[in-house]
Design a protein around this ligand. Structure first.
Ligand code: AMP
Length: 213
C-alpha cells in the first residue's frame, strides 16, 4: 500500500496537485478540510462541534481527525492520497500507528510543497469556491469564464469563510507552529518540491515518481 501525503502551507497547491495525482495514479484522495466542511454543512452533532474551529482557522481535535482518516485508509487498501493530513505530530504518529496495524505493507511518500508566504497569501485571497459543486477557481491563475459563476455547474462562487485576511494569518501561524515540524519528522520519506511555480510545473516535478506504479 502506498500512502502519498501532501504537506505544505495553506495555499501551496495541495488540492490542485491532489487532483492531478488522482487522475494519473487512480488512487483516491482524502481531503480532510473538505470532509470537515461537508460535516459542518450537514449540521450533525460533530459538525456543530467543529464549526468554530474550522471557520476560525484553528485545528480540529487530533482524535476526530485520526478516526476519520483511519476509516478512509481502511476502506482503500490499494493506497490513498492524503491532502491536509497529518497536520500535527500526534497525527503523524497516529498515521504510522494506523499503517502498522493494517493488513498490507505500507510505504509513505511525503510531498512537501515549498511555497513562499507571499505567494500563498496572494493565492488564498484570490481563491473562489463554488457553493454547489465545490470547484475551485483563482481570480489570477484560473479565473471563471463568467465573473462569480462556476464554469462547471453555473452556481455562485464564494470566498471561503477562512480565506479572510485575519484567518489566513492565523492559519499560517498554526502551520508554522504545528505542521512545519513534520518536515523533519518525515525527513526519510520527504520529496521537497518548488511550489512557487505553476500547477503544471509542480506536477511535472513529481509525476515520474508517483504516477508510474
Ligand atoms: P484546509 O481546507 O486543508 O485548508 O482545511 C480547512 C480547515 O479544516 C483547517 O483550517 C482546520 O480548521 C481544519 N482541518 C483540516 N485538516 C485538518 C487536520 N489534519 N487537523 C486538524 N484540523 C484540520
Amino acid at each position: 500500500m502506498r500512502i502519498i501525503v501532501l504537506l505544505g502551507p495553506p495555499g501551496s497547491g495541495k488540492g490542485t496537485l491532489a487532483s492531478d495525482l488522482v487522475n494519473c495514479s487512480g488512487r483516491p484522495v482524502f481531503v480532510t478540510g473538505e470532509v470537515l466542511r461537508a460535516t459542518i454543512a450537514q449540521g450533525t452533532e460533530l459538525g456543530r462541534k467543529i464549526k468554530t474551529d474550522v471557520e476560525s482557522g484553528r485545528l480540529v481535535d487530533d482524535s476526530v481527525i485520526l478516526a476519520l482518516t483511519k476509516e478512509f485508509i481502511d476502506k482503500h487498501p490499494q493506497g490513498v492520497i492524503l491532502d491536509g493530513f497529518p497536520r500535527t505530530l500526534p497525527q503523524a504518529q497516529g498515521l504510522r500507528e494506523i499503517l502498522r496495524h493494517s493488513s498490507t505493507n505500507a510505504d509513505i511518500k511525503v510531498i512537501y510543497l515549498d511555497a513562499s508566504e507571499k505567494n500563498v497569501v496572494t493565492r488564498l485571497k484570490a481563491r473562489r469556491v463554488c457553493v454547489n459543486c465545490g470547484a475551485i477557481f483563482n481570480l489570477n491563475s484560473h479565473p471563471p469564464k463568467q465573473d462569480g459563476i462556476c464554469d462547471t455547474c453555473g452556481s455562485l462562487l464564494e470566498v471561503r469563510k477562512d480565506d479572510t485576511e485575519d484567518v489566513i494569518k492565523e492559519r499560517l501561524n498554526i502551520y508554522l507552529e504545528q505542521t512545519s515540524p513534520l518536515i523533519d519528522y518525515f525527513a526519510d520519506e520527504l520529496i521537497k518540491i518548488n511550489a512557487n511555480l505553476s500547477s503544471d510545473e509542480v506536477f511535472a516535478q513529481v509525476k515520474d515518481q508517483l504516477c508510474q506504479e
